[in-house]
Design a binder for this molecule. Structure first.
Ligand code: MN
Length: 320
């Protein structure tokens, strides 16, 4: 068993000015990173982490040890930079890494970028989000429907680079001929539900270039509220015909290019926030009730009534 076709696509989306996602396509290693932090720090974090995967030689380790040591190295570099450079203080990134070795695929991840497996016409989410919403979901404090629209759904509870050490989830999957693995940032999964991801993946078998492009298009049609990144690779028997490889060099250049301008992203565009679970900060976020639609209607009616009263008084004053 081998890596067959693979493809990658990243897009800024429709609402953000910069792309803070990064990806790595270095078969048999694939990864997605989604940076967070004010100004350009998110970009710095995801690119530093991606570069760490590309230029670290972990030596003759087993795949699970390699995944662990690569993400730890990424963590070390991002944390070191954020400690040395105040403008990037507190930055971090999600990271989802896959290494194919023989007939196994080892996944390591931190944050809410996901890995999915498409096999036999089914889609399985392999990773568990390290996010506040997922914690609330697991403890029964939120329904899956509420989770989808929760205002704090971009709060992650684990990130690469925010602490000197990072806790990594990793596991190994026995791969089969024809398996398709997808690694993606939340800009895809917040905009496109699992059913639609599967439909796209099933529509273009063995054409991963079309799969990644169509998924990015679907996310943009769904609103494109965040940067969107999709990496896809297929597992193939060694005797399959030459694999098709499509890596979006244009967008790859975009992602890799050093940031030259100094535009500051407004705070409401800062995408991910990191909070330590169980801290007062996390509690404050969880207990903060968003304004309900009914309360919003009452608020608008009250304002209209006050406005009418003011206009009435004005007219009355003029007439007198
Ligand atoms: Mn994102």
């Amino acid at each position: 068993m081998n890596v067959g076709a693979y493809a990658a696509k990243t897009d800024t989306g429709r609402k953000r000015r910069r792309n803070e996602d990064a990806y790595v396509v270095a078969p048999p290693l694939f990864a997605v990173a989604d940076g967070m932090g004010g100004a350009q720090a998110g970009e710095v974090a995801s690119r530093l982490a991606a570069a760490a995967l590309e230029d670290t030689d972990p030596g003759a380790l087993s795949a699970p040890d390699r995944v662990e040591s690569l993400i730890q190295e990424a963590n070390r570099r991002v944390h070191e930079r954020s400690t040395a450079d105040p403008s990037t203080s507190g930055m971090g990134t999600t990271m989802t890494v896959a290494i194919v070795e023989g007939s196994t695929v080892t996944i390591g991840h931190v944050g809410d970028s996901r890995a999915y497996l498409v096999r036999d016409g089914r889609l399985e989410q392999l990773t568990e989000d390290h996010s506040l919403v997922n914690e609330l979901l697991k403890s029964g404090k939120l329904t899956p429907e509420e989770a989808v629209t929760h205002p704090q759904r971009s709060v992650i509870t684990r990130a690469v680079g925010t602490d000197p050490d990072v806790d990594i989830d990793s596991f190994t999957i026995d791969a089969q001929d024809g398996d398709v693995f997808l690694l993606c940032s939340d800009g895809l999964t917040d905009m496109v539900d699992d059913e639609d991801i599967l439909e796209v993946a099933a529509s273009y078998p063995h054409d991963l270039d079309r799969v990644t492009k169509s998924l990015v298009s679907a996310a943009n049609r769904g609103g494109g509220e965040d940067n969107i990144t999709v990496v896809a690779f297929e597992i193939a028997d060694g005797d399959r015909t030459a694999p098709m490889r499509a890596v979006d060099e244009d967008t790859m250049e975009n992602v890799r290019a050093p940031a030259v301008d100094t535009m500051v992203v407004p705070p409401d565009q800062v995408e991910h926030v990191f909070v330590e679970p169980g801290t007062p900060e996390a509690e404050a976020i969880t207990s903060r009730d968003p304004i309900s639609p009914a309360a919003r209607v009452r608020l608008v009616l009250t304002m209209l009534a006050l406005l009418a009263l003011a206009a009435g008084l004005l007219v009355w004053g003029l007439v007198r």
